[in-house]
Every structure is written in C-alpha cells, then in structure tokens.
Design a binder for this molecule. Structure first.
Ligand code: SF4
Length: 194
C-alpha cells in the first residue's frame, strides 16, 4: 500500500469527488454501474409534510415524505431553527411508528387472572382509566390531624404519579400542573426533566 502523503491524499479526494459527480449526473446503478439499471430514489414523487419529533423535549423539526399513503422517510427539516436539518436516530426512524407491523392501533386490556390481551373500544378504555383514577384517588388520600387532634382527609394523595409530555407547550404544561393539583396528585414531573 503506497504511503499516504498529503499530495496523494488530495489527488485521491479529488478523483473520488469527480467520480461521485459523474455517477450522480448519470444516475448509475450502485450495484452494477449500468446507467440503464439505476434505481429511483425511494422519495421520488413523494409529497412532504412538516411536523415535530415527539420523542424528546428538544422538539426537532421533521420533514415527512409520503407516497401512496405511506410514510417512506422522515428527515430533518433544514429550515427548522432547532435542528437545522439534523435528526438523532430516534427521529430518523420515526417512520416505523407509522409503518411497523408491531404498531398498536387500538387499546388492549388484560383481565384479572388472564394471560391474554384483548382489544377494547376507546370509550371503554377511557371509562376504565377514569374509574381507576377515581378509585386510587379515594383510597390513597392523605390523612392528617387537625388542631383538635382529629384525623382529617386532605386533598393530597400518594397513589398516582403523573408524567407530562414532551409534546406540550408552556400553556399546556401550566394546565397539566393545575389538573394534577386539582386531583390532589403531588408526584408529577415533566418528560423534559428525564
Ligand atoms: S430527533 Fe432526537 S433529539 Fe430531536 S426531538 Fe427527536 S428524539 Fe429529540
């Protein structure tokens, strides 16, 4: 192997750039080198939609490419002031949230004693969650003693922990805090803190 000098490094780099430019212009197949067997870009003909990555609180801008009603690519949005076109692997792989066969599209419930998950309706799931919150809330309200030594229940409970979302803005975070306090939940935080 020839010694890597500054001069032949520059020559090699220039040759590589020139070859890449020619290949790009001719759209040469990466496998065969045949111009007529070149494969099209997977995003060719796709439309774009813009949004935010919801995995973490950084809030990177995402350009979603859609073709035949399917998400074919998620890329960083170059004009977004936060990420300027970059994405971490989580944001880059976000298309799998829409396309994965493992994606859940309806709520499931595992009944007591059962080892199977069964589909239920959204209404049913919401009712179950609301009833459970009410049950736990009533069971775990804190007790304290008043000035006369009598035990009293106070509007504070330890039975529920609440975790906010990286997707919500300042105003929504304010409402989230108010909602928790109204329920008596004092163990809560925001996903951005994690
Ligand atoms: S792309 Fe990565 S850093 Fe940006 S919001 Fe998503 S998870 Fe966070």
């Amino acid at each position: 192997m020839p010694e890597l000098t500054r001069r032949n490094f520059m020559k090699f780099t220039a040759a590589s750039v020139a070859a890449a430019a020619v290949a790009d212009k001719q759209h040469v197949s990466a496998d065969t080198g045949d111009a007529d067997k070149a494969f099209p870009l997977m995003t060719a003909g796709a439309t774009s939609a813009y949004g935010l990555c919801h995995f973490c609180s950084v809030g990177c801008g995402i350009e979603v490419k859609i073709k035949d009603n399917k998400v074919v690519s998620t890329e960083g949005f170059p004009d977004h002031p936060i990420n300027e076109g970059t994405l971490c692997p989580k944001g880059r792989s976000m298309k799998e949230l829409a396309n994965s066969d493992l994606r859940l599209t309806h709520p499931l419930v595992r009944k007591p004693g059962s080892d199977e998950w069964e589909p239920i309706s959204w209404e049913n799931a919401m009712d179950k969650i609301a009833n459970k919150v009410k049950e736990v809330r009533e069971e775990t309200f804190s007790k304290t003693k008043n000035i006369d030594g009598d035990e009293v229940t106070v509007n504070r409970m330890d039975g529920i922990f609440s975790l906010g979302s990286a997707e919500i803005d300042n105003e929504e975070a304010y409402l989230y805090t108010k909602f928790n306090r109204a329920l008596g939940i004092h163990n809560y935080t925001h996903q951005a803190e994690i």
